[in-house]
Design a protein around this ligand. Sequence first.
Ligand code: SF4
Ligand code: SF4
Length: 137
Amino acid sequence: MTVLVDLRFRDRLKKYGSAESDACFNCGNCTAVCPLSEGDDGFPRKMIRYGQLGDRDRLLSFKELWLCYYCGECSDTCPREAGPGEFMASARRYVIASADPFGIAGLLYRSPLFTIVFLIGKSGNKPVKLRIGKNLL
Ligand code: SF4
Ligand code: SF4
C-alpha cells in the first residue's frame, strides 16, 4: 500500500487552532476517556498520529471526525496538554475551509481580525459577542 504524506499538513492544521498536537506522545489516555471510542479503534489518538505524520487523506477519511462533539474530555486528561479535542476541531475547520471556493471560511477561522470586521459588517448597529479560542490568537 502506498501512502502519500503531506509534510506541510501539520503546519496547516496549526493555523486552524491545533497548536499543541506536536506534544502528543501517543499514550492513549484520550482514547480511554473519549465517549466515541470503541474497542481498539484508537480514536482520537490515531487521528493525531496521522496528523503528525502528514497522512492527510487517511485522517480526513474517518467519519469520527464529524461525530466528535468537542466535549473536551480528551483534552482534560491529556498528560502532554496536546489538545486532542482542539486537534479534531481544527481538522474539521480545515475541511470546511478547503471546500469554500471563495476562501471566506478559511479567513474566518484563521484570522480573528477578519472575523471581527466581518461580524461588525454583518451586524449593523447591533452589539457583537465573540468567543475566540486561545490558540487562534
Ligand atoms: S493527545 Fe494526549 S492523551 Fe491523547 S495520545 Fe496524545 S499525549 Fe496521550
Ligand atoms: S472532544 Fe471529541 S475526541 Fe475528545 S473526548 Fe470529546 S468526543 Fe472524543
